[in-house]
Design a protein around this ligand. Sequence first.
Ligand code: NAD
Length: 298
Amino acid sequence: MATIAFIGLGNMGIPMTANLVRAGRRVQVFDLQPEAVSRAAALGAIPETTAVAAVKHATVVISMLQSGEQVAGLYGGDDGLFGHLAPGALVIDCSTIEAEIAQRMAKVAAGHGLDFVDAPVSGGVAGAEAGTLTFIVGGSEDQFTRARPVLAQMGKKVLHAGPHGAGQVAKACNNLLLAAQMAASCEALNLGLNHGLDAAVLSEIIHQSSGNNWVMEHYNPVPGVMEKVPASHGYQGGFQVNLMCKDLNLAMGLSQGSGSPVPMGSAARALFSLHQVAGHGGLDFSSLFRLYRQPEGD
Ligand code: NAD
């Protein structure tokens, strides 16, 4: 079975690696943070001290980094990984990044005789842990067919969005909607709480009514309403406010490029930016609820 290199062992990369190991894969791992490499090693992955060492003999490389700048640096920089892979290798970038960077990476990869797909994910840390992620793939039909079996070992749905970059466009659309859902859910819950309603009771009412959405179903932002969500654990782990701001900026870039109006996305971006500059960028994005509660000192 193919040796896989996995680069980027953060909130998402660690559980994704764990699922590949569980599926019987040999997974060579690297992260800039040595503690992350040790965590992955404890789960059965092969620890490496550089990205170049991690891709040795690998025929599949998966990356899960924060930004397009990091992805471009990893693969295309002076000593980039593209120059260290044997022709024919498959590179799957699961990070959420600019569509143009994904397209550029695909072109450079092709020049090295490599297959590249953009494959950002939806489903959060819980989905990564449970192996139920949705992968949103951009690339040719053949590349999609090649990537699918590997991705299926970390997720439940592997969807082909279109050519290179299409996965990133679809992901930006999804996260614009997620950000708006989170902001609106925080707003509605805060309104009810300020009128004496119990958070769990109101959440169940919305869950059973027409205002139901993914946030209310899986990611309630009020501490204590759902047990296994960041809100009930000091908003630690999960999906950082910094990353949501990055994704909203990606959506704004796309909207400018196509002249598509995004007033809801702009409102959500303003709220998440305010929360970020107030010093909460490292918390999970559901901590936006605190922005609404601050007047009461919550
Ligand atoms: P994270 O910050 O927890 O992890 C990113 C990891 O990449 C860090 O450990 C960092 O040290 C490492 N890294 C950065 N540059 C590197 C390099 N050159 N070489 C090796 N390692 C490097 O982020 P995350 O929450 O795991 O998110 C990763 C990506 O997935 C982001 O693009 C994010 O937008 C997307 N995403 C996250 C979630 C979520 O719920 N956390 C959900 C869907 C998509």
